[in-house]
Design a protein around this ligand. Sequence first.
Ligand SMILES: Nc1ncnc2c1ncn2[C@@H]1O[C@H](COP(=O)(O)OP(=O)(O)OP(=O)(O)O)[C@@H](O)[C@H]1O
Length: 354
Amino acid sequence: MPNLRFTEQALSEWMRSGGSHSEIVISSRVRIARNIVHHPFPLLANEEQAEKVMDVLAPVIDENQATGYGTFQLVKLDELGELDKTVLVEKHLISPNLANDSRGGAVLLNEDESVSIMINEEDHLRIQCLFPGFQVKEAWDRATSIDDIFEAAVDYAFDDRRGYLTSCPTNVGTGLRASVMMHLPALVMTQQIGRILSAVNQVGLTVRGIYGEGSEAAGNIFQISNQITLGQSETEIIENLHSVVIQIIEHERNARQRLLNDSALRITDRVMRSYGILKYAAVMDLKEASQRLSDVRLGVDVGILQEPSISVLNELNVKTQPGFLQKTFGDKLNAAERDMYRAKLLRETLGTTH
Ligand SMILES: Nc1ncnc2c1ncn2[C@@H]1O[C@H](COP(=O)(O)OP(=O)(O)OP(=O)(O)O)[C@@H](O)[C@H]1O
């Protein structure tokens, strides 16, 4: 089993700085889907064929250490235990898809974990770049520079009329998904979220939960990304997302202000109560932890609380997940044990000694 430093720390190095609008936008991501010619797409490939794709793609970055983004390590999913795979998903470094069906799958990760290049996921190549805060354009620049390195080395499946060809028709064209992870507690509390999210859908964007397609929006965190990859240029996709996100930020800010003006005592009580429960509870399930961490994050953002730091809250969002908990406290914890250890971890991290 390889020495996997990526699963030791909960907080990726790239998450340590804030980025712009970080009181509302937690992170930005761009991923580009590509396939290479003369190889069956991953869903149709047998093990040997998947292995061949890996042999073609994995060395491209190895030979190109001058990416400017530090050295990369190749992690083959078949060589990892279930727990390490789960932790990589919990840190957003691989998709749940790749963890569940990792035949011939691999990921190339750079040192600060801001670039993750999945091989043999739904497509041969999925280049993902992550940035803290609202930095979709920066994530796009980085992803496209990595894409250029691959494009110079291999032949991509490309059709003059349709653009880049992908396994799922929803990715054909640019193969681009740009997204932001937003913390929108005030829009949820003021019950405006439904209206805002359906407006978002109407302008070609889609809303997902914290772990992507099919996951729930836990802890008032929503992932907003482009739905359309065909018929729009990459710049248009990024610009469209950018302008909608700016509007959502504005709505969330206004909602926070309104809550503070109209219900300061109620909000303060909610924040302090959640902080107290996180510091002293003996049992805590994931749903409650996510909700209470969201309350505390809001409290820090609007100045009700001076601590903990946002960096500690980001770290707790990963550390309280089932995989990471088991990594910390021991393999194979049942649900009741996880709830107990989650509470212990929260008490210890938030500075309560008993
Ligand atoms: N802005 C973001 N910040 C951090 N992680 C993100 C962000 N957007 C998406 N992710 C993570 O990327 C992973 C994949 O998400 P998702 O399923 O939405 O995208 P995808 O695999 O690119 O989409 P699809 O295959 O459906 O086109 C998930 O674990 C999700 O948490």
